[in-house]
Structure formats: structure tokens, C-alpha cells
Design a binder for this molecule. Structure first.
Ligand SMILES: Nc1ncnc2c1ncn2[C@@H]1O[C@H](COP(=O)(O)OP(=O)(O)OP(=O)(O)O)[C@@H](O)[C@H]1O
Length: 244
């Protein structure tokens, strides 16, 4: 492994008590001559090994919050830390590096390259982190084994079922051994049984590997499986369901 790939793994070994924290986070957008207060003072914390669901209606601010929590967008006010590092103290390059090294992401769509094999898809973040070829292959195969897809490693994205594609996406999110996984509706395109398998897999991995996971979802199975459910309503997060 080259020196850059080695440095890429170092932050993942520091012990921390908090994976991600938001304090007083607001986000205003200018829109049509007015201002939209998308987030209105959000406080939350995800601890190592916690599997947390984020529940909220369309337009409640989930995507805005997720983007801010991984430093893809800036809050209007308030503070966000990942692995106890205040994101406002990092420049764009440092944030991108923190994401590459410590954050895994999943979405409703697996976003695989259809003509690449499962293994090649999982190797993509390792290529970005400049992990050399043989090590890359070893890590990708290990991640695919981990999600129960060792036997599909050489199948192309387009030859896999929806559930298998989402497992490949999970292997890709896990391959660089992140500390924080953020997911936006990861079971949204799956039938309920396949969705349940993915949820249980995510939960087991969070608990066994101490990865903090925050999953925005409308999936009732996920609310039940979660260690905690956070509710987002009109730009505010609470631990109690809001009054309908
Ligand atoms: N770039 C933007 N400019 C103006 N308003 C925005 C922008 N992005 C989001 N908003 C507004 O902020 C609020 C929260 O949007 P957000 O996309 O975070 O909601 P969401 O909970 O993710 O919704 P969904 O579940 O439908 O994806 C909405 O009122 C939205 O219209």
C-alpha cells in the first residue's frame, strides 16, 4: 500500500465518543424573492455503533440535513462535527478527504455502473483513495463477502437483482472501513422482504463494527429495527413523534 493509502486509514483508528454531531444548525434558502427556513435549529448526535432512523415527511428538511451533516452544504448558522472534527475548520479538500476516508453513503438507487462487475463497482472509492491494484481487489472481495455477495463478484451490475445491487452499494459504502454511514431511503426501491434483509444487515454491521448510521427513511420496518428514531418536522428534529 502506498503512503497516501496508509494515511487514508489512520483517522479510522482514532477512538471517539461521537460520530456526528449537529448543534443549532439552521439553513435558509433564498427562493422566489423570499426565504425558506429549511432547518430551524437542529441538535443531534449519533454515537459509535448506533443505528438511527430519521423520519419526516416530504419537504421536512431531510436531504438538506444529510447534505450538511457530511459537509456537502454549509449551515447558515450552527456547528457540525464528524469524528469530533468541526467541519467549519476544514477547507473543501479536507472535507472531501474526510468523506473519502470516514464516511460511506447509500441512496435509494444503488447507482452502479451497469457494465462494470460488482467487484469493479466496489473498487471505485479505493481507486479514488489510490489504493494499489492487488490490495484493492482483496478489499473489494472481502466487502462483497461481508454483504453475502462473494459469489456475485464477477457479475455485471446489470445482471444483478435490485436487492443484490443494493448490497453491492453497501459493500462499496463499507469497503474503506468508514466510521459513519449516511443513507437516504436505502430500501425505497426494494420489495419488503428484500428491504428487511438490507435493514438487518445494516443494523448488524453498525452494532458489530461500531459504525454510526443515520438513515432517512419512510420504511416502518426500519423504524422498528432502529436503536432510535429521530423525527424531523418543519426543519426541527425531535425524539418524539410530532402531533399530526
Ligand atoms: N436549493 C434550494 N432552494 C430553495 N429551497 C430549497 C432548496 N433546497 C431545499 N429547499 C426547501 O427546503 C425545504 C426542505 O427540503 P428537503 O429537500 O431538505 O426536504 P426533504 O425532507 O428531503 O424532502 P423529500 O423527502 O421530498 O426529499 C423544502 O421546503 C424545500 O423546498
Amino acid at each position: 500500500m502506498d503512503s497516501q493509502a496508509l494515511t487514508a486509514q489512520q483517522p479510522n483508528s482514532n477512538p471517539v465518543s461521537t460520530i456526528v454531531e449537529a448543534r443549532g444548525v439552521t439553513r435558509d434558502f433564498s427562493s422566489g424573492g423570499g426565504v425558506v427556513h429549511a432547518l430551524r435549529g437542529i441538535d443531534l448526535r449519533v454515537l459509535p455503533g448506533e443505528f438511527v432512523a430519521l423520519r419526516g415527511r416530504s419537504g421536512s428538511g431531510k436531504t438538506t440535513l444529510l447534505n450538511i451533516l457530511i459537509g456537502l452544504d454549509n449551515p447558515t448558522s450552527g456547528k457540525v462535527s464528524i469524528l469530533e472534527k468541526d467541519l467549519s475548520t476544514l477547507n473543501e479538500t479536507e472535507r472531501a478527504r474526510l468523506r473519502r476516508e470516514s464516511v460511506g453513503m447509500m441512496f435509494q438507487n444503488a447507482h452502479l455502473f451497469p457494465s462494470l462487475t460488482a467487484q469493479e463497482n466496489v473498487e471505485i472509492p479505493l481507486r479514488l483513495a489510490r489504493v494499489p491494484g492487488r490490495k484493492r481487489t482483496e478489499m473489494a472481495l472481502q466487502a462483497l463477502e461481508h454483504v453475502g455477495l462473494g459469489k456475485r463478484a464477477h457479475h455485471r451490475g446489470m445482471e444483478l437483482s435490485g436487492g443484490e445491487q443494493q448490497r453491492v452499494a453497501l459493500a462499496r459504502a463499507l469497503v474503506h472501513k468508514p466510521r459513519f454511514i449516511i443513507a437516504d431511503e436505502p430500501t425505497g426501491n426494494l420489495d419488503s422482504l428484500t428491504g428487511r434483509d438490507i435493514i438487518m444487515l445494516l443494523r448488524t454491521i453498525a452494532h458489530e463494527e461500531g459504525i454510526g448510521m443515520l438513515i432517512a427513511t419512510h420504511d416502518a420496518v426500519l423504524y422498528k429495527a432502529a436503536d432510535r428514531v429521530l423525527y424531523i418536522n418543519d426543519g426541527l428534529v425531535t425524539s418524539e413523534a410530532p402531533q399530526e
